[in-house]
Design a protein. Structure first.
Length: 317
């Protein structure tokens, strides 16, 4: 539990800059923060600190069986987390990112992290919100779920988030009322045909203009679904090795950065501001946690909610 709560009005340039710095520092200490997104407010933690992710889920009243999605600040950062986008993933990214679409994909086997019982997948989203994109440039990928207690309505304002989470959160970034108010849509890319796991801000009809999406009325036997507003649905890959937690070298610690993760960090551009949809010329967030030297797969693979929470589904935000 945080000993001091700090709230920043991001409509004020000075408070926004100070708030982003304070939020990034809190995340680096293993604390969690509340942040605005283009859908609903999210609660976030460093995706590569297992102890922080576990504590964040506990604060929401949920367990490892309801893993969190991951928010990224660039397409390059997402590519470092994903093993395979399938035939249609890149087209969906080009059309709808940054925006309210969470993609469930096989997680890269070179990453050491533990987002919960993800069955080797990760639910990832690039939000269309300037404050969050600026923050992600400093923190790198964050595990983000909707900023609410499990079973409660997702927060559409920072006050609603604070009423539910209180002093469990170190920093609140106030971006005003959530512009979207509807959680992200979630598409599962782990199979041959993309499946719509949750109809959210982007309709099935719009998605079908880009890819042959089929609607899923209920999770399949290899899919772990959650009911939180933006908590991602994580689909199973069939590999038993993905069920065990990754060895990250200590509770709550960040593994060394290397390999493709470091490449994503170093190549990502540093320009500020929200990019055009599908562009990878966005704020470059760091991607720690790669373990390419070990030669073995990571333990768990990844989360979402996303639903998020959007934001963080059932996240993403």
């Amino acid at each position: 539990m945080s000993t001091a709560i700090r709230r920043f009005d991001c409509a004020d340039p000075a408070q926004r800059a100070e708030g982003i710095e304070a939020a990034a520092a809190a995340v680096s200490r293993g604390e969690f923060i509340v942040l605005p997104t283009d859908t609903v407010y999210g609660i976030g933690a460093d995706a590569f600190m297992p102890a922080a992710v576990t504590a964040m889920l506990a604060a929401k009243g949920r367990g490892r069986q309801m893993p969190s999605p991951v928010l990224v600040g660039s397409v390059r950062a997402a590519a470092a987390l994903i093993d395979d986008l399938g035939m249609h993933g890149q087209d969906l990214i080009d059309e709808f990112w940054p925006g309210a679409l969470t993609l469930v994909c096989p997680a890269s086997r070179t990453l050491s992290w533990d987002l919960g019982e993800t069955k080797g997948t990760v639910a990832v989203r690039m939000p269309l919100h300037p404050v969050t994109l600026e923050l992600l440039k400093q923190t790198g990928p964050m595990a983000v779920s909707s900023a609410n207690k499990s079973g409660q309505a997702p927060a559409l304002t920072v006050a609603e988030a604070a009423a539910q989470l209180g002093d469990l959160v170190a920093v609140y970034l106030d971006g005003g009322p959530a512009a979207g108010g509807v959680p992200s849509s979630i598409v599962d890319l782990t199979g041959t045909v993309p499946r719509l796991l949750r109809a959210g801000a982007i309709s099935a009809e719009r998605l079908r203009t880009v890819a042959p999406i089929v609607e899923s009325t209920e999770p399949s036997s290899d899919t772990a679904a959650s009911s939180d507003a933006d908590t991602a649905v994580s689909a199973g890959t069939g590999h038993d090795s993905a069920a065990a937690p990754a060895d990250t070298g200590g509770s709550g610690g960040s593994p060394p950065r290397a390999g493709r993760a470091a490449q994503a960090r170093d190549d990502a551009p540093q320009a500020a501001g929200a990019p055009a949809s599908g562009s990878d010329t966005v704020p470059g967030d760091t991607v720690p946690g790669s373990d390419t030297a070990s030669g073995g797969p990571p333990g768990s693979g990844g989360d979402d909610p996303a639903p998020p929470a959007d934001g963080v589904s059932s996240h993403a935000k």
